[in-house]
Design a protein around this ligand. Structure first.
Ligand SMILES: NC(=O)c1ccc[n+]([C@@H]2O[C@H](COP(=O)([O-])OP(=O)(O)OC[C@H]3O[C@@H](n4cnc5c(N)ncnc54)[C@H](OP(=O)(O)O)[C@@H]3O)[C@@H](O)[C@H]2O)c1
Length: 262
């Protein structure tokens, strides 16, 4: 496969790190984006061919960060792929959600990917292998109690991806949506881990998500990938018969609310 230059946000997180390793081992060259220089530098130095990769330190929630990041990317070698992976979770009762935290979630999970995609679009369209991979979630298709804000952000990201897939259908640009189920990373607080355990929700390792992302890089058409069974089935069921899924989730509500109240 052609060596691609891939911009990866959230590179030092659980899923991001697994993707960085998987992409680099497959021969791709990376622009690692994160908030901590030391972690980014250590990650880069541990990858195969470290000198082929660069990193950019930025907090994507600060004013001007997206435009400055894109200007820095545009100053470097040509890019082929943008992976919008940086994200934050938010778990709890909706009426207790902090307004600022709500705004940060929607900003990082939805608006930042949209702004990055827009600013980098000319570069992505210049590449014969141009692609965007948006890291969504099963919660981007199934509204889940306790995750109303996170669901809103990921439903938005899925809608954005679908619209973009259709807007660019006449071009060679691929716009992929990759939706993991629960993943074993620091994103999930102790109470989310305990709740998943009690509900019997399966949890994947980040390497599985990384392998799925690598598969998407080989696709010549835009794709939507939902990871995990039966979660994948529930996504389709929820689209066709939401009341069936509502009934099943209602049986879990007492457990979910107990954790959400904490
Ligand atoms: N874990 C799950 O159960 C799960 C399930 C489905 C989907 N996902 C999605 O997978 C993606 C990766 O999540 P993860 O599980 O790998 O979580 P994670 O380990 O917490 O990593 C999140 C990443 O986002 C970055 N980030 C957070 N705030 C940022 C900011 N203000 N500016 C720049 N970067 C920021 C973090 O950067 P730093 O390294 O600088 O902290 C970190 O690298 C997310 O989009 C998430 O929604 C996760």
């Amino acid at each position: 496969m052609t060596a691609l230059r891939i911009v990866l946000t959230g590179a030092c997180g659980g899923v991001g790190r697994a993707m960085a390793i998987g992409f680099a081992e497959a021969g791709h060259n990376l622009v690692l984006v994160g908030r901590k220089a030391e972690s980014l530098s250590a990650l880069r130095d541990g990858l195969p061919r470290p000198r082929s990769h660069r990193y950019i330190v930025t907090d994507l929630l600060t004013e001007e960060s997206v435009s400055e990041l894109c200007a820095e990317i545009a100053d470097g070698p040509a890019i082929d792929v943008l992976v919008n992976n940086a994200g934050i979770s938010m778990f709890g009762l909706f009426t207790e959600a902090d307004d600022k935290e709500m705004q940060r979630s929607l900003q990082l999970n939805l608006l930042v990917p949209m702004r990055l995609t827009k600013a980098l679009m000319p570069l992505l369209l210049d590449s014969q292998h141009g692609a965007v991979i948006n890291i969504g979630s099963g919660f981007g298709s199934i509204g889940f109690a306790g995750f109303s804000v996170y669901c809103a952000s990921k439903f938005g990201l899925r809608g954005f991806t679908e619209a973009l897939q259709r807007e660019y259908a006449n071009t060679h640009l691929c716009v992929h949506y990759l939706a993991p189920r629960a993943v074993n990373t620091a994103m999930n607080s102790a109470s989310i881990v305990a709740m998943n355990d009690e509900l019997g929700n399966k949890v994947d390792e980040p390497e599985l998500v990384a392998r799925a992302a690598l598969d998407l890089l080989r696709c010549k058409k835009s794709r939507n990938r939902y990871l995990g069974w039966p979660e994948r089935f529930f996504v389709s069921l929820n689209a066709l018969f939401p009341s069936v899924v509502s009934g099943a989730l209602k049986k879990q509500l007492a457990v979910i609310l107990r954790y959400a109240r904490n």
